[in-house]
Design a protein around this ligand. Structure first.
Ligand code: ADP
Ligand code: ADP
Ligand code: ZN
Length: 228
């Protein structure tokens, strides 16, 4: 990482939570409200798959099966993205870290530039809700805004509220069979990070069941406090 590009006081926030918890939805709200940059390793990996890079080629089948992509690939992608100048505003990590190895790599990366994690926020949700949330998810290909068939529909069918685009996409891994595997991966490899950040006194919990706007409000209060 290029120290000249990243101010040591820039906020670093982590959103933890299982697939479908609302990390992407809430990261976009926080990005706007606090002028931060959302870094989604899922989005970066999907872009690598489309671009056909070596990392993308290695990740494609793993993602379709609902397993985690190797730490080495994900850490490389994240390190490169963090070094871009816009990240100097501060970042919201959405979907990273997902393993203890990734969390340790992030700590090492941040310590190189004297940065620290302001908060690791765990979005608390029931597993039962996840399949419903993921099955109804779709995204605007133009601007990346996320929607849900029942919980966050577009105002006009098929038209993005944010950019007016009409190209909506659904992820290949957002199907009932793969969701089970992704939840298993979450519990086995990612959930231990909750105690990892608790030990570092960086953990905050948010009840992420219920109304999207209410959760955004709770998160905003927490982030305002953690970045003050
Ligand atoms: P993640 O990034 O954690 O996988 P998303 O933010 O993509 O999750 O949310 C998954 C799906 O659930 C999306 O379709 C989104 O519109 C919807 N969603 C997000 N938060 C809520 C909520 N609090 N209640 C109902 N649906 C939600
Ligand atoms: P969700 O929050 O709905 O699980 P993401 O877009 O964050 O979706 O991730 C989609 C897929 O990309 C994951 O199932 C996994 O295969 C891969 N992936 C994303 N981030 C990571 C990561 N930090 N480590 C390993 N694999 C990742
Ligand atoms: Zn759009």
């Amino acid at each position: 990482m290029d120290a000249a590009h990243t101010a040591s006081t820039a906020p670093i926030l982590i959103l933890l939570g299982p697939p479908g918890a609302g990390k992407g939805t809430q990261a976009r709200v926080l990005e706007q409200k606090f002028g931060l940059v959302q870094l989604s390793t899922g989005d970066l990996l999907r872009a690598a798959v489309i671009a056909g890079t070596d990392a993308g080629k290695a990740a494609k089948a793993v993602m379709e099966a609902g397993d985690l992509v190797s730490d080495a690939i994900v850490i490389n992608i994240l390190r490169d993205r963090l070094a871009e100048p816009d990240c100097a505003k501060g970042v919201i990590l959405d979907g990273f870290p997902r393993t203890t190895v990734q969390a340790e790599a992030l700590d090492a990366l941040l310590s190189e530039t004297g940065q620290r994690i302001n908060a690791a926020i765990s979005l608390e949700v029931d597993d039962r809700e996840m399949v419903t949330r993921i099955s109804g998810r779709f995204t605007c290909a133009g601007c990346g805004e996320g929607y849900h068939d029942s919980f966050k529909p577009t105002t006009r069918a098929g038209i993005c509220d944010t950019c007016g685009g009409a190209d909506m996409t659904r992820r290949a891994d957002d199907n009932a069979e793969t969701v089970g595997q992704r939840l298993d991966a979450y519990h086995a490899q990612t959930a231990p990070l909750i105690s990892y950040y608790a030990r570092k006194n960086a953990l905050k919990n948010v009840d992420a069941m219920g109304d999207i706007a209410r959760i955004s409000k709770d998160l905003a209060a927490l982030v305002a406090h953690a970045t003050a």
